[in-house]
Design a protein around this ligand. Structure first.
Ligand code: ADP
Length: 262
């Protein structure tokens, strides 16, 4: 059977993600660059995702961009909102999905997904860093640990610290004073994760969560946040650890496939 490639590009505020699909089914290449809109990240991600499998833009039947920086790419055929793409991607990964919690670099969104993978309703926080990846990035920096170690630390915690400020700047001061009091890093981190979880659980109450609940976005790679969110929402969260951050790009590649087929 002939190959039928489509490319989905998700230009976020923090990271640039690309996915190439064959026949709208098989992921043959995926790339993330940890820099987003307004940087060289998008161009580098596009170049690498093609180069890794020896393809060029001309081999793509359709290219669709999504995310905060989707208007900045000239070589795309179509654009679509990241809300629709996240619903589509989550539906591909978990066909029984009803709700999606997506936490990215600078926003958090909760979506209700219809039986056909189309978005029905959503709420979004993009006005404030609290409850987003940015909050966690700031805290990891103060704690002098890598963002991808946060989940492991969390799992060691036996006595979660209380981080009461929702404001990122004030919460950062709280973390600094906890460090000065010699509170264990794992307990501070569990407190930070619970603070994010409470904030996002509050957001999700506004649309209501219905099983199956899927978590996506780069922050879903942090099992500490996933655990804390399960506690705060009382729901089991389904996460595809390898693809959670690619969910928007995957949805974009799926929409590109539908467009190309037409
Ligand atoms: P956006 O689409 O808004 O650019 P992403 O969904 O790509 O955001 O998520 C970016 C965020 O994911 C970062 O701010 C960071 O907090 C988090 N993140 C990325 N990689 C990891 C990792 N390996 N472990 C934990 N968190 C991560």
């Amino acid at each position: 059977m002939d190959k039928f490639y489509t490319l989905g590009i998700d230009i976020g505020s923090t990271a640039s993600k690309c996915v190439i699909l064959d026949h709208g089914k098989d992921i043959i290449s995926k790339v993330v660059f940890h820099v987003g809109a307004g940087t060289t990240g998008p161009d580098k991600a596009i170049e690498k995702v093609l180069k890794d499998v020896g393809l060029s833009m001309d081999d793509m039947k359709n290219v669709l961009a999504t995310g905060y920086g989707r208007n900045s790419i000239e070589t795309v055929h179509n654009q679509m909102s990241e809300l629709s793409c996240h619903a589509k991607g989550a539906y591909f990964l978990f066909p029984n999905v009803k709700s999606v919690i997506d936490i990215g670099g600078q926003d958090a969104k909760v979506l209700r997904v219809g039986p056909n993978g189309m978005i029905q309703n959503f709420v979004m926080n993009d006005k404030c860093a609290a409850g987003t990846g940015r909050f966690l990035d700031v805290m990891a920096n103060v704690l002098e640990i890598d963002i991808n170690e946060m989940g492991e630390y969390h799992m060691l915690s036996k006595d979660r610290a209380s981080i009461s400020s929702t404001c990122t700047v004030f919460a950062e001061s709280e973390v600094i004073s906890q460090l000065a009091k010699k509170t264990k890093k794992e307990d501070i981190i569990a407190g930070i994760h619970f603070s994010v979880a409470k904030r996002v659980a509050g957001l999700s109450n506004r649309v209501g969560l219905e099983d199956v609940v899927v978590m996506t976005g780069g922050v879903a790679k942090n099992k500490g946040v996933v655990n804390a969110l399960e506690e705060a929402t009382g729901k089991k969260l389904y996460v595809d650890k390898d693809l959670c951050q690619f969910n928007g790009a995957l949805g974009a590649a799926l929409f590109a496939y539908e467009r190309a087929e037409k």
